[in-house]
Design a protein around this ligand. Structure first.
Ligand code: AMP
Length: 291
């Protein structure tokens, strides 16, 4: 198997990708913060299936962490990440230092999508989505025309990025991919590594709550408050869990409708000790298999 090429400079990546496109190759791009797991792996494999050249970026972006969050302790392991990327057939790992991405320290330009970022995770983490949209727009400008793969695990992020790419006419096709879960249903996340064994066991309650909410919705419940109550009742049975929010929303606007339409979404954010986990489930009435 061809080994993954590691590129650290913006100019080096640009030159390589411009050449690939000139040769008629389609570029697939998977932005990540590293500490890769099979959730990331599914995005890489999808990109591998659909594109001739696959680039994965690993960059723990300081802009999207608040001062009291886990920037310093965010897990990192480039050797392991390189092996996983290689096993998924990735061609290039783009691993810039912070100084390469932000040579003057602070950026003076920000990209934000306030209407979509105001609630849920954006309410709990006020500067988060501006940090995400700013770094992803920078990465899209560096990578250039491509297909970019994002997980539905971070659904609000996906909606924000898709809107940003459309509004700013970025030459990028944003592709949303299903959430990959552990055997017991917990959504895979780099932050799961923070959980104590007891919290790890308890964390499955998020999935159980979401499934209960989904069952209620598929059985015909369309009142968002009733769905939220159903999910909350399940999660509250687990004393190790502290709910940040539970919401039942329209999947396009992420706002709470009077009545849920056939295409909606249940979102959860929950603390286990100092670890905050998020998850969601799509509801497509008429399609019980929808993730
Ligand atoms: P992160 O490294 O956590 O910033 O995630 C990078 C990308 O991987 C984002 O598009 C995430 O939505 C996606 N991702 C993370 N966890 C999962 C998962 N369990 N299933 C699918 N995609 C995921």
């Amino acid at each position: 198997m061809k080994s993954v090429q590691i590129i650290k400079s913006i100019s080096g990546l640009r030159a390589r990708l411009d050449q690939a496109r000139a040769d008629g190759q389609r570029v697939g791009f998977v932005p990540t913060m590293g500490y890769l797991h099979d959730g990331h792996g599914s995005l890489m494999k999808r990109a591998r299936d659909e594109c001739e050249l696959v680039v994965v970026s690993i960059f723990v972006n300081p802009l999207q962490f608040a001062p009291d969050e886990d920037l310093a302790s965010y897990p990192r392991d480039l050797q392991r990440d390189t092996a996983l990327a290689q096993s998924c057939g990735v061609d290039i790992l783009f691993v810039p230092e912070v100084i390469e991405m932000y040579p003057n320290g602070q950026v003076k330009t920000q990209v934000s999508v306030p209407e979509l970022a105001a609630h849920w995770d954006g309410a709990s983490r006020p500067s988060h989505f501006t940090g995400v949209a700013t770094v992803v727009s920078k990465l899209f400008n560096i990578v250039g025309p491509c297909h970019a793969y994002f997980g539905r695990k971070d659904f609000q992020q996906l909606v924000v990025i898709r809107q940003m790419a459309t509004d700013l006419s970025m030459p990028v096709t944003v592709v949303g991919c299903p959430t990959i879960r552990e055997a017991d249903g917990l959504a895979m996340s780099s932050r799961n590594s923070y959980l104590s064994p007891a919290d790890r066991q308890a964390a499955v309650v998020i999935y159980q709550g979401l499934q209960q909410g989904k069952r209620a919705a598929l059985a015909g419940e369309t009142n968002p408050a009733a769905i939220v109550q159903t999910v909350t009742d399940v999660i509250c049975c687990e004393l190790r869990a502290t709910i940040d929010y539970v919401a039942a929303v329209d999947r396009a606007s992420l706002t709470v409708p009077e009545w849920l339409s056939a295409e909606s979404l249940i979102l959860v954010a929950c603390w286990f000790g100092k670890t905050r986990l998020i998850d969601n489930v799509l509801i497509r009435r008429g399609d019980a298999t929808a993730e």
